[in-house]
Design a protein around this ligand. Structure first.
Ligand code: PGA
Ligand code: ZN
Length: 440
């Protein structure tokens, strides 16, 4: 089997115009693969470390030349000669060489670049689509009889952005649309694109700034309240002739860590003014939202270390609502196991760069599956033309994917990749529809 023969790395720019790491992994057969690492803005405290240069003369200190050098000078000598098909051996060798729990010595951005480029190279060696190769890696983890076939994911699509992703005044980070009546990925995208454009018109009509968009392409209007964002989406869907709850549902990414004060363990929403909420208060607020609106999914409804709060939230809402841990779990097996033990959340967001290697990401996906947690593969707010997550979601039958709005090419690259995969699979294509996902 061909081995890794050479690594190349360079600094490129992401969708926010910030530097990120691109890696090319070459093999002894001549086949090679390339990957680009994404970057978050509302990053959690428990994420693997993204190494930045801190040199203010370049890119306001955000350069990644140290990570780039680590790819060729530190990781190259470690992975060269390893069978390119042996993803675990590649990742284990890099983790050991970094030697820190956070991957902070060499940078998770350096490790992930190599890890993903190696997977692309292995797919190229076999002359296979990436999702076929990733599905093989996935099957290695499954017990006999566990479902193993690729499945196209249900998208949750960003309509309105707030929080740290948009300059306006909304506390909640994402107001997302889920086309739950769709029977294929193409249909899901088609239905949602229409709603997205109509929403732009409605915002404009009501005097809001429909031309302002957040980092992920969602509209970033200056609305008075969080609730208004949902109201505008509902009005739009109705104007499109869609039926609430039957054709579509709403998902929220509250990203509560960014308005949580850890000293007092309280939540500070602009809507409640001076009055801070504790976890029980936040839970009541979210419960009220769920009663009022067709919300089927809430991400980071509480802060990343508020385990006690998460247990309250999950006990109160977990039977009827998907509760996703993003900052809470940071795609880490250890944190997911704490969640399982404490009955915190019932779904996990999967971001490759929160953990830093492909193998560990596949392991967390499998751990979640085994423990009955739903899985949502996710892009970051800083993205590029790299489409690896589309293949990852299909290969592992993750069920759901969160990429951003249906505009901006760094988002569309992934949506279009999913359309392509659905097309390649033809009559074999299966889509994670409402029934498969178990949404009531
Ligand atoms: P991030 O946002 O990439 O800025 O962390 C995505 C999310 O919070 O889901
Ligand atoms: Zn999030």
């Amino acid at each position: 089997m061909p081995t890794i023969s050479k690594l190349k790395a360079r600094e490129v720019l992401d969708s926010r115009g910030r530097p990120t790491v691109e890696v090319e992994a070459h093999t002894s057969s001549g086949a090679w693969g390339r990957a680009i690492v994404p970057s978050g803005a509302s990053t959690g405290r428990h994420e693997a470390v993204e190494l930045r240069d801190g040199d203010c003369d370049r890119h306001l200190g955000r350069g990644v030349m140290r990570a780039v050098r680590h790819v060729t000078e530190e990781l190259g000598p470690v992975v060269i000669g390893i069978d390119v098909d042996d993803q675990s051996a590649i990742d284990v060798a890099m983790i050991a060489h970094d030697g820190t729990p956070s991957k902070g010595r060499l940078g998770a951005n350096a490790l992930l670049g190599v890890s993903l480029a190696a997977a692309h190279a292995a797919a190229a060696v076999h002359g296979e689509e990436l999702f076929v190769h990733l599905n093989r890696l996935w099957r290695e983890r499954l017990d006999p009889g566990e479902p193993a076939d690729p499945v196209l994911p249900m998208p949750m699509i960003n309509m309105i952005s707030g929080g740290l992703h948009a300059g306006a005044n909304l506390d909640f980070q994402d107001f997302l649309y889920m086309p739950i009546s769709a029977h294929s990925f193409a249909q899901a995208l088609e239905k949602t694109a229409c709603v997205y454009h109509t929403l732009g018109g409605i915002l404009k009509e009501k005097g809001h700034e429909a031309h302002l968009v957040g980092d992920e392409g969602g509209y970033g209007p200056r609305l008075r309240t969080n609730a208004q964002a949902v109201d505008r989406i509902l009005e739009t869907a109705l104007a499109c002739g869609l039926e609430i709850g039957r054709d579509f549902a709403i998902a929220l990414d509250v990203a509560a860590t960014h308005f949580h004060e850890s000293g007092t363990n309280t939540y500070h929403l602009s809507a409640t003014g001076e009055e801070a909420l504790d976890a029980a208060g936040m839970t009541s607020l979210l419960e009220h939202w769920v009663k009022q609106y067709p919300i089927i999914s809430i991400e980071d409804g509480l802060a990343e270390d508020d385990w006690e709060g998460w247990t309250i939230l999950t006990n109160r809402l977990g039977k009827s609502v998907q509760l996703i841990g993003d900052d809470l779990f940071a795609t880490q097996a250890e944190r997911l196991l704490i969640g399982v033990e404490r009955h915190a959340a019932n779904a996990i967001l999967i971001k490759l760069n929160q953990i830093g290697t492909l193998s560990e990401t596949l392991d967390v996906l499998h751990l979640a599956r085994r423990n009955g947690y739903r899985t949502i593969v996710s892009a970051r707010s800083g993205e590029t033309e790299d489409t690896t997550i589309a293949d990852l979601a299909v290969a592992t039958a993750a069920g759901q994917i969160k990429i951003g709005a249906v505009t901006r090419s760094e988002r569309l690259a992934k949506y279009n990749r999913l359309l392509r995969i659905e097309d390649y699979l033809g009559s074999k294509a299966r889509f994670a529809d409402r029934e498969m996902l178990g949404f009531a």
